[in-house]
Design a protein around this ligand. Structure first.
Ligand code: F6P
Length: 532
């Protein structure tokens, strides 16, 4: 008997019961969690009181309380890299103390944050200029965690932008940097090279391209470069003035790094004050995560709902569906956060996981997705648990009627998923259209929705910096909880290495310098086709 046994038995007993039958006068409130003005409704899932109790027990027997304390205390829980996991330190309160190897890390966190704020302020005010005058554009060159967080957040916080335009270049595909730089003036552009390691080939290649582009127009390109990295030696070797280099420690994982200097481009866009509000939102979620009892703890419950769907019900994917256009990059951001963290087949002690790893995460904003892939979500043969996000109000008061339409679509989709439409209802519908006999039957079958498909709704007042901080920290802690229960080290990413090594080896083969006879037949044939 393992720790999943009770849950599997509960699932066997309840798998086919209609979720709608669970609703009584209090279910919506009982199966919701709130935290600082945000509401997570998971009542439209097949989780009842007994299942929830078993899920909470699962968290407890997995040592969640102790492991959470260990993370916040700065213990080296990333065992394969021998590192602490302290993105929470980047947003800790003024009174906090967090020690790593006997040293309180927070004074240095605060010092770097004020350096970033001062530089962002200078860029925004014009105290720091390019060689052609005031900075009009900032290009953040980074990839993965050095791109997705700030890019997602910069888009999300568009109503708060009052600084220079901020652009993001990540892909090694030259098209990305080419199209981004087109139309920018090198003399008024600041390039931020964001790379934890300062070795990532995509980032360094794009940085070189940006440097050449700038050199065509300005005398001293390096003077319009800043860097964010843990590798001060490498940024210096690259010729970037240490006054514009913002460091951080190895205990900040790439995909957890938007709260620190990696968020510099965002800070320039929205200003240090709005950035502080983002940190405050995350801190509020950190406090909630550390203090709320499991059944009232938003990250814990979101994780348990996720594990229920993935590990117990066997649903392999999870759709993230923000009914908030400015969160359009949230699914991409969460793909890295969740899949790079918990997409692992080996447990923390090196043994086989013996379970499925975290789910495939995907999604698009509503209502766009409705006109694309919701067909499969409603009538496909697989169940896709859906996670909706929606705000009470938008930022466009004169377009409140559109927001109403947006919200009604979000709620309608969640309702349609759970309610479905029976064959009988479909037949009535067809009869009303005047169909009869075999044609009525045939047409009705196409209009049946199985229903009983689970979803959650995360609702909040408005997408502000504070709310965004809460949302992102919520998902970070969800990943942590899922990782703890699955027994995974969520903070390494060895699975990205092999492809990087092979790409390096393929380069000279594509250039024709090396023959590549050791490659498989398919790779050889593709090399030959692509070399032309
Ligand atoms: O390839 C994966 C990865 O290591 C991510 O974990 C990381 O966010 C990204 O590459 C970028 O790394 P860096 O910030 O060191 O350039």
């Amino acid at each position: 008997m393992d720790k999943w046994t009770d849950l599997k038995a509960l699932h066997d007993q309840t798998a086919t019961r209609p979720i709608l039958d669970l609703f009584d006068a209090t279910r919506a409130a009982d199966f919701s969690v709130s935290a600082d003005g945000m509401l997570l409704d998971y009542s439209k899932t097949n989780i009842d009181a007994a299942t929830r109790a078993a899920l909470v027990t699962l968290a407890e027997v997995s040592g969640l309380t102790e492991k959470r304390a260990a993370m916040f205390a700065g213990d080296k829980i990333n065992v394969t890299e021998g590192r602490a996991v302290l993105h929470v330190a980047l947003r800790a309160g003024d009174d906090a103390v967090i020690t790593v190897d006997g040293t309180d890390v927070l004074p240095e966190v605060r010092r770097i944050r004020s350096l970033c704020a001062a530089f962002a302020g200078d860029v925004r005010s014009g105290a720091y200029t390019g060689q052609g005058g005031r900075i009009t554009d900032v290009v953040n060159i980074g990839i993965g965690g050095s791109d997705l967080g700030p890019a997602m957040a910069t888009l999300a916080l568009a109503p708060f932008h009052d600084g220079p335009r901020v652009h993001f270049v990540s892909n090694v595909d030259g098209a990305h940097i080419h199209d981004t730089l087109q139309g920018l003036d090198p003399a008024t552009t600041l390039v931020i090279v964001a790379s934890k390691t300062f070795t990532t080939i995509e980032t360094m290649t794009n940085a070189d391209t940006a440097k050449r582009w700038m050199a065509e127009k300005v005398a001293n390109p390096a003077a319009q470069f800043a860097a964010v990295s843990t590798a001060a030696d490498k940024t210096a070797a690259y010729g970037i003035d240490p006054a514009r280099v913002f460091g951080f420690e190895d205990w900040v994982g790439g995909r957890y790094s938007m709260w620190g200097p990696i968020g510099l481009s965002l800070m320039i866009a929205v200003g240090p004050q709005a950035f502080d509000a983002l940190l405050a939102g995350a801190r509020a979620m950190d406090d909630h995560f550390q203090t709320a009892v499991p059944a009232r703890n938003m990250p814990v419950m979101l994780a348990l709902v996720g594990l229920w769907h993935n590990q117990i019900c066997g649903h392999a994917t999870r759709a993230v569906l923000p009914y908030d256009q400015r969160l359009s990059r949230l699914p991409a951001y969460l793909q890295q956060l969740e899949m790079e963290s918990n997409g692992k087949r080996v447990a923390i002690d090196g043994s086989d996981l013996g379970l499925h790893s975290g789910p495939v995460v995907w999604g698009e904003p509503g209502t766009n997705g409705q006109h694309a892939f919701y067909q499969l979500i409603h009538q496909g043969t697989r169940t896709v648990p859906c996670e909706f996000l929606v705000a009470r109000r938008g930022h466009e008061p004169d377009l409140a009627h559109q927001h109403l339409l947006l919200v009604s679509n979000c709620l309608a989709q969640a309702e349609a998923l759970i309610r479905g439409r029976s064959l009988e209802e479909a037949r009535v519908l067809m009869a009303k259209k005047g169909l009869t006999g075999e044609e009525l039957d045939r047409q009705a079958r196409h209009r049946v929705f199985p229903g009983n498909r689970p979803s959650t709704v995360l609702a909040y007042d408005q997408l502000t910096p504070f709310t965004l901080g809460q949302i992102v920290a919520l998902y970070e802690h969800r990943v942590f909880v899922e990782g703890v229960i699955l027994g995974i080290n969520s903070y390494d990413q060895w699975g990205v290495e092999l492809g990087k090594e092979l790409a390096l080896a393929l380069q000279p083969i594509l250039e024709g310098i090396v023959d590549g006879s050791d490659k498989d037949g398919s790779t050889r044939a593709l090399v030959s086709f692509l070399r032309g």
